[in-house]
Design a protein around this ligand. Structure first.
Ligand code: MSP
Length: 519
């Protein structure tokens, strides 16, 4: 079977601070689609990494009395550790200080130079170091950065410029021909009106500091950090290398299926990046999906606001899978979402402890108690009740419904569709009352009921696996089944009757022990 490639990326994060809930949010969301696509048989490449150059990083290093390289080397493990803790399954991790990246950036410079898209000019204007963004005097709001509200500095430099202004029409034509390039729709409109307003050429080199990728033909110039950063998406695939393995990797995975980004960085990803690629004769990515911000008490969570939390404390309290579940279930992907401890406790106790965890433990217990922990044979349809048929039907439509939601990155709806089955299975057990059947000695119906409920659990575990991989793996183990992570055709795996007769079912500890909110 030929597997079709699927390439998904997160932004590469600035190493000026530790990862927080906001950066973890993008990464976990990208992980969930990467995991799901592996289960639909795609050849997935999931990339994340670090943005290590630029003035902001150089400043952070200086403040800590370190060289920039020492600083980024010291911070990088905080990201790799955080992602490992959150069960992030990235296939590659790029750091912009790596030789493979610098080589690619330099090759790109040469290409743009050769194609005549660059010129030398003079830049005078404002610069926001925390956002690494240029602003004109008119764009400033009350003299500060219109994006983050922090102070800007005036810079005057002789720089290299990219002829971005010549790409307006091509970009508009591209958006028109590729309506799914920018998602969601609100962001697309924002990008369209920005480009319709006219584009200015972009200064893409800096001379007043040296922490960046040197420009091959211009001594003393280093690459503007955003140009450097955007290129990670192709340098990680081997762009700029002549090694046949790199060339093949690039050919196979580019263009990316998804760049996941926060809504604050769409201009870079939806205007500058496609223009850069067009200039180099490379196809733009298929979709840039911009998610919203996580808000606490109505404000964007960020390090500069001092309200940023690290994932570790929440993971300690709720566990990794509950953490992942909460953010993807409670915040509509693409919109801003308020998060709170109360909300998290509520989701945890309601959806996870009561619905999902409870279903599993009751059922595994009963299987041990009434059937000695051995899965019975699948009942025939001859004696099927309406409830049996309904549950089978809910499970039967799940692959399609779930795919439909996930193909739009609607994680909340995808999870809800899995919950329809989980909730029904709980009700099913309640109504079928296996304990009464056992008491009455109706062993045939008892076996049929338990089999059906076990099957519902087996199938629900498949569709919760992209978001809660460890729990699903554990449930499959308790059902006596193989590694859920090895599933490469989820629709087939979800076929009713997949639980083999004789499978050893074990009860184990509570998957989501109830949390009593002492605060
Ligand atoms: N280094 C650049 C990206 C370069 S990509 C070629 C950068 N880094 S960042 O570390 O500042 O932010 C990375 C991402 O985290 C952005 O997409 C941003 O939107 C996201 N988030 C930061 N705070 C956030 C929230 N409070 N909520 C959700 N996501 C937010 O920008």
């Amino acid at each position: 079977m030929t597997r079709s490639p699927f390439y998904v990326t997160t932004p590469i994060y600035y190493v000026n601070a530790e990862p927080h809930l906001g950066t973890a949010y993008t990464t976990v969301a990208a992980d969930a689609i990467a995991r799901y696509r592996r289960m639909t048989g795609n050849d997935v490449l999931f990339l994340t990494g670090l943005d290590e150059h630029g003035q902001k990083i150089a400043q952070a290093a200086e403040e800590h009395g370190m060289s920039p390289q020492e600083w980024v080397d010291a911070i990088a493990p905080k990201f790799t550790d955080a992602w490992a803790m959150l069960d992030v399954s990235n296939d590659d991790f790029i750091r912009t200080t790596e030789p493979r990246h610098k080589r690619g950036v330099q090759a790109f410079w040469q290409k743009l130079h050769d194609e005549g898209w660059l010129y030398q000019g003079h830049y005078e204007g404002w610069y926001c170091v925390p956002d690494e963004t240029y602003w004109t005097a008119e764009q400033l709001e009350d003299g500060v950065c219109p994006q983050c509200g922090r102070e800007v500095q005036f810079i005057t430099e002789d720089n290299w410029f990219f002829k971005l202004s010549e790409f307006g029409d091509r970009l508009l034509a591209y958006y028109e021909a590729n309506p799914h390039f920018v998602q969601p729709e609100t962001r697309r409109n924002e990008v369209l009106s920005f480009v319709r307003g006219g584009l200015k050429d972009l200064s893409i080199s800096r001379t007043t500091f040296s922490w960046g990728v040197p420009i091959p033909f211009a001594e003393g110039h280093v690459t503007y950090v955003w140009i450097d950063a955007l290129l990670n998406y192709i340098t990680a695939l081997g762009y700029g290398s002549e090694d046949p393995a790199d060339v093949a990797r690039f050919e196979r995975y580019w263009p990316a299926d998804y760049h996941f980004v926060g809504k604050d960085i769409i201009r870079f990803h939806c205007v500058i990046w496609p223009a850069m690629l067009m200039a180099a004769g490379i196809e733009p990515p298929t979709t840039v999906f911009a998610h919203g911000f996580l808000l606490t008490k109505g404000e964007k969570m960020s390090k500069s606001k001092g309200n940023a939390q690290t994932p570790a404390s929440l993971v300690k309290r709720f566990g990794v899978d509950a953490y992942r579940y909460y953010f993807l279930r409670d915040v509509a992907f693409g919109q801003d979402g308020s998060i709170s401890m109360e909300g998290m406790v509520q989701r945890y106790n309601g959806d996870l402890a009561n619905d999902w965890g409870n279903l599993c433990s009751r059922l595994f217990n009963m299987t041990e108690k009434y059937l000695d922990g051995v899965a019975p044979a699948a009942p025939g349809t001859a004696a099927e009740t309406d409830e049996d048929a309904t549950m089978r039907a809910i499970a039967g439509k799940l692959p399609e419904t779930y795919e439909d939601h996930m193909s739009r990155l609607d994680y909340a709806a995808a999870l809800e569709s899995a919950w329809e089955l989980i909730k029904y299975a709980n009700r099913y057990i309640e109504n079928a009352a296996p304990w009464t059947l056992a008491k009455e000695g109706d062993t045939e119906r008892l076996a049929a009921v338990l089999y059906n409920a076990l099957e519902a659990v087996r199938i629900a575990a498949l569709f919760t696996a992209p978001v809660m991989p460890a729990t699903s793996a554990e449930i499959w183990r308790r059902l006596g089944l193989g590694e859920i992570a090895e599933v490469t055709d989820i629709a087939v795996a979800a076929g009713w009757g997949g639980l083999p007769q004789g499978s050893r079912v074990t009860k184990g500890d509570a998957l989501f022990p109830r949390i009593y909110d002492e605060e």
